[in-house]
Design a protein around this ligand. Structure first.
Ligand code: GLY
Length: 554
């Protein structure tokens, strides 16, 4: 039975029992900001457990069935073994007052034994705790169905809630033997009898309370990949037809992470430095790190598996992120192997601490996190007190592209002074991964020829491959040198100044010629040759006497 057949069998079985087939929702949950991703089939139905009357209105029935896309990152370190994934599909049937324990258990039993021909090795039921009673009813139903091995269990068989609050309740689980002869949990049948006013963590700590729901809800979850392995009699999930027989831990991590990334991108998540985007970025970067070859082939193979079932990313986002990160990784790895300080790896090479931690763990070495945090705090303080110069709040991020644009920003200010007016002063700046923005004092709109001249000036400095050097010095000395300062900022005694020197200005001077000097906390590239091609995108007025330029590097 291939994966497609198992999905269809499941949906049809429950359709024939009066369930409406509901498509999977997005991996980005709607209307529940307390969860990052859809982690269970019930996520899209969460609201129906407290307002079951809405189910009839929305579905024309109280019972629904789905195959849900889920992302779970809690076990990311386990990925690479036989059964853990960050992306998984979840088969589930749900009822909002349509039926109770008996039907839920009987349906599951019938589907497992008759439709899939599996043998149940044992089941569990909840032992009861606090306000929740022992689940004698489920036990009795299983006995009537002829199950011999029925086990009482504790916290593991109480499910939910997801996020900050929600429905939850005791469960009964079904275990089967896999091809290795091990018992694996196949199906989790949750009886949503309570509403918890806090997260699961709070519930476990005893600081959240359970309130009985008016209507018993049914919420079941059957991990598809694990079920497939059992049905197809495979020793691990990677031997089923939703993978490509990945053997090593590394190959499996790559397959798993690329798959999760493809699904996340398809649901509109983009790599970034916060929230969902950061999880995606981390997944792609881990995949890059564990893959000896470019990810393109793996991407194509995974897309093929899901052809006709799910539409997956076709904008090539993985490729873009991969290209960006490979550069960082190569440079940073060399430094990492040399034993470079994690903080330098972070500021100069864009290596996030977690990556350094992972690498160190693999090599059995340790990282002084406290020292890193101390340096980071100092660095941030430096930026915040504006001793860092123009970039008051520090750079928005330390992505390689942002750092390049930061250096281009210094060149642009110098170029404006060299080409347009030596009295030009900066009044504001903002740098993202995509572009730089500078606001500066200037009494006229730049002519096209002026813009072209500034561009040429900057590109000339880039093509010359000039060193970018940081020096710490007493404030008085920096002032004497005439380093660019932020208007109105108060600086400490010792400041950091970034210099760009042109050793062959006008092809004459041997001693070098400083073309840019700014009070600045960094980071910057080491040499201007790393920047690419500089281009002004827009020049406009923002206030009387203040102009704004947006520029990019291509
Ligand atoms: N909502 C039940 C499960 O995910 O196991």
């Amino acid at each position: 039975m291939d994966s497609h057949t198992v999905r269809q069998k499941f949906l049809k079985f429950f359709k024939d029992k009066g369930h409406k087939i509901v498509p999977s929702s997005s991996l980005v949950p709607e209307g529940d900001i307390s969860v990052l991703f859809t982690t269970a089939g019930m996520q899209q139905f969460k609201g129906y457990y407290t307002a079951p009357e809405n189910a009839l209105r929305d579905f024309g029935t109280k019972n629904v069935v789905s195959v849900e896309k889920c992302v779970r990152t809690g076990d990311i370190d386990e990925v690479g073994d036989d059964t853990h994934h960050t992306f998984l599909e979840m088969l589930g049937n749900f009822s909002f007052g349509g039926y109770g324990r008996r039907e839920a258990i009987e349906y599951a039993h019938e589907f497992m034994t008759k439709e899939l021909g599996l043998e149940i090795s044992y089941v569990t039921y909840y032992k009861g705790e606090g306000v929740v009673l022992k689940d004698e009813e489920s036990k009795k139903i299983w006995e009537e169905l002829g199950i011999k091995d029925i086990r009482e269990d504790g916290a593991d068989v109480f499910w939910g809630p997801t996020g900050d609050e929600g429905p939850c309740g005791p469960t009964t689980e079904i275990y089967c033997k896999n091809a290795n002869g091990d018992d694996v949990e196949i199906w989790n049948i949750v009886f949503n009898e309570y509403f918890c006013d806090g997260s699961r963590e709070k519930l476990d700590q005893g600081v959240a309370t359970l309130k009985k729901l008016d209507t018993l809800g049914i919420d079941t979850g059957m991990g598809f990949e694990r079920l497939l392995a059992t049905v197809q009699n495979k020793k691990n999930n990677y031997e089923t037809d939703v993978f490509n027989s990945e053997k090593t831990r590394e190959e499996r991590i790559v397959a798993d992470h690329v798959k999760a990334s493809l699904f996340l991108i398809s649901d509109g998540v983009m790599p970034s430095n916060t929230g969902r985007g950061y999880v995606l970025r981390r997944l792609i970067r881990r995949a890059v790190r564990f893959s000896k070859t470019p990810l393109a082939k793996k991407v194509e193979k995974i897309k093929k598996i899901y052809e006709g079932v799910y539409a997956l990313d076709d904008r090539g986002e993985i490729q873009k992120e991969e290209n960006k990160f490979r550069e960082t990784l190569e440079k940073g790895m060399k430094e990492f192997k040399k034993g470079t300080d994690p903080f330098v790896l972070f500021t100069t090479y864009g290596f996030p601490l977690e990556l350094t931690l992972e690498l160190a763990k693999e090599r059995g070495t340790s990282v002084d996190v406290e020292d890193f945090n101390k340096k980071l705090a100092e660095h941030q303080k430096l930026s915040q007190t504006a001793s860092a110069g123009m970039f008051k709040g520090g750079l928005a991020n330390h992505e390689p592209q942002t750092i390049k644009l930061h250096t281009a920003h210094h060149l642009l200010l110098a170029g404006l002074q060299a080409v347009v007016d030596k009295n030009i002063k900066q009044r504001g700046s903002n740098i993202t991964e995509e572009r730089l923005r500078i606001d500066f004092l200037c009494d006229h709109k730049l002519e096209d020829v002026e813009k072209k001249k500034v561009e040429d000036w900057v590109n000339d400095k880039i093509s010359r491959g000039l060193d970018v050097v940081r020096r710490e010095m007493p404030l008085a000395e920096a002032e004497k040198l005439g380093a660019e300062m932020e208007f109105g900022a108060k600086y400490p005694e010792t400041v950091s100044v970034y210099f760009i020197e042109d050793p062959a200005k006008d092809g004459a001077s041997k001693n070098g010629n400083i073309i840019s000097k700014e009070f600045c906390g960094g980071p910057h590239v080491k040499n201007t040759s790393e920047l690419g091609v500089f281009k002004i995108q827009k020049e406009e007025a923002v206030a009387s006497g203040i102009r704004r330029i947006k520029a990019v590097l291509t």
